[in-house]
Design a protein around this ligand. Structure first.
Ligand code: NDP
Length: 480
């Protein structure tokens, strides 16, 4: 049995109240470990340690902070295989995906913010002949980072790296559903000699320890990635506390596919955008709007690909589609498919749970699922499913495509597939999402702002936006 401990003050520590939660392998449905169900007492230890570490960490020259971050990145690279395997077991994602996407990206997060912190500069504004203003960007203090289960180490480090780079000490909580690689990050911090208390990793449920982190008066900022309902609850909780808050929330992302697209490449990329990581990426396309003249041909191409993609054991090198992260999430996704049928939708590919033979017999697998004949106000076109389920609708012109795409409470990411330059610019300007990709998906440049509008969140992360979030700006005006 794999027993995980909290990482507090540079040491692994059992939860003080001795309470644990089961950790389940999604591909087998079996409990394979235990994680701390941490309490306020564990949090107090972590905060005391972070406060102790803070003066020295924030005073460190940025080049020295950068050295620690680079060392962590190199250690992640060195442990690529072990981390990828741990991620695949813990999350159910194909080990090949963890090896090529999740873990390298976790290393890149630390590399990127190591360089960002050494290049981070302040602004100055001169008032000709009489005064000069300069703006200090100071670390906030002790900050909280809370991340979800879909890209466990990838998103955990996406928050921790800029927080540390900016000179803060961190209390971080991974999802209780996928704690393993976050727990292993502690070993890496020990190996590179990160000063004790600079990064503390506490495990447990969102309801208990997650909420306690958000509420604690010593924690001055919260960076949260997760569901919209949780984000709203956190925002309410913090409203009267005036903490800095960054919310990266859910999405219901439209893909607009025009007849003048590069057909084969678009089928390939849109399919990937729909079903990568079993559709459990906040940026996945879930509402596909296809120009009527190519609707039938495009649909057929997608259905043919979906029929070939069979979920299988995430630990096999050949697996392209793994398990859904938990039994409750599997049931939620299946429930959405049922609701689509009840609302008149036609399932044209997939739609069913898959039972594998052998070690994964009790695992949580679903066929890649394509649904058509739903109105835009159907539940499956309005609510985030966060699984391998997409819907198709036809449109007749650009304005209709835009109206359908914008008919959503969410606003995270959109993709536009066209070779018409003016159309691409017009739609990109008018679509209500924080991120627009034209003729590509998930092509990430870590310098760019990342985040959504409306129910998809508040604020932006990435590049300088993250460095700004994790610092407090102070203007100094000097008259001479
Ligand atoms: P949740 O909102 O359930 O949980 C996210 C994190 O918050 C987990 O660590 C969770 O802990 C914790 N948490 C839950 N309740 C509270 C609370 N009241 N106070 C503090 N922390 C809490 O999301 P999921 O883990 O289910 O992740 C899926 C969601 O994340 C999807 O909606 C997806 O779109 C979104 N997401 C958004 C991204 C973006 O960048 N916009 C990127 C990736 C995902 P625990 O799991 O232990 O309960």
């Amino acid at each position: 049995m794999d027993i995980i401990a909290n990482f507090i003050d540079g040491q692994y520590q059992a939860p003080l109240q001795g309470q644990y939660i089961d950790n389940i392998e999604p591909a087998t449905g079996q409990v394979y470990g235990k994680i701390p169900d941490s309490s306020n007492e564990d949090l107090e230890l972590a905060i005391a340690s972070a406060n102790k570490a803070l003066p020295a960490w924030r005073a460190l020259a940025s080049e020295e902070r950068a050295d620690y971050l680079l060392a962590i990145a190199h250690e992640i690279d060195r442990r690529l295989e072990a981390l990828a395997l741990a991620e695949a077991i813990d999350n159910g994602k194909p080990v090949g995906l963890a090896r090529t996407v999740d873990i390298p990206r976790a290393a890149s997060n630390f590399k990127f913010f190591a360089h960002a912190c050494s290049q981070f500069s302040s602004q100055s504004h001169a008032v000709a002949g009489s005064a000069i203003n300069y703006t200090l960007r100071q670390p906030i203090g002790v900050v909280g980072c809370i991340s979800p289960w879909n890209l466990p180490l990838y998103l955990f480090t996406w928050k921790i790296a800029p927080a540390l780079a900016a000179g803060n000490c961190v209390i971080a909580k991974p999802s209780e559903i996928t704690p393993k690689t976050a727990a292993l990050l502690g070993e890496i911090c020990q190996k590179v000699g990160l000063p004790a208390g600079v990064l503390n990793i506490i495990h447990g449920t969102g309801k208990n320890i997650g909420q306690a982190i958000c509420q604690h008066s010593e924690i001055k900022a919260i960076s949260f990635t997760g569901g919209t309902i949780t984000g709203a609850a956190i925002a309410q909780l913090l409203a009267a506390k005036f903490k800095k808050l960054s919310l990266e929330l859910g999405g219901k992302n439209p893909a607009l596919i025009f007849a003048d697209c590069d057909f084969d490449n678009t089928v390939e990329q849109v399919f990937r955008a729909s079903f990568a990581n079993q559709g459990q990426i906040c940026l996945c396309a879930s509402r596909l709007y296809i120009e009527r003249s190519i609707y039938a041909k495009f649909k057929q191409a997608l259905v043919a690909k979906a029929k070939k993609l069979r979920p299988s054991d995430p630990l096999l090198e050949t697996t392209a589609m793994g398990a859904i992260v938990s039994k409750s999430h599997l049931e939620k996704v299946l429930g959405y498919i049922e609701s689509a049928k009840a609302q008149g939708g036609t399932v044209i590919a997939g739609g069913k749970q898959v039972t594998l033979i052998g070690r994964c017999q009790q695992g949580y697998f679903i066929e890649p699922t394509i649904i058509e004949n739903l109105n835009n106000d159907a539940v499956c076109n309005q609510e985030e499913i966060f699984g391998p389920v997409i819907t198709l609708q036809a449109f007749d012109n650009d304005e209709q495509a835009l109206t359908l795409a914008n008919d959503s409470h969410y606003g995270l990411a959109a993709t536009i597939w066209t070779n018409h330059l003016a159309r691409a610019h017009y739609l990109a300007e008018n679509i209500n999402t924080g991120i627009v990709w034209v003729n590509c998906w998930l092509l990430r440049d870590l310098r760019t702002p990342f985040g959504g509008m409306n129910n998809s969140g508040l604020g932006r992360e990435g590049g300088l936006e993250a460095m700004h979030f994790f610092t407090e700006s102070k203007n100094v005006c000097i008259k001479y």
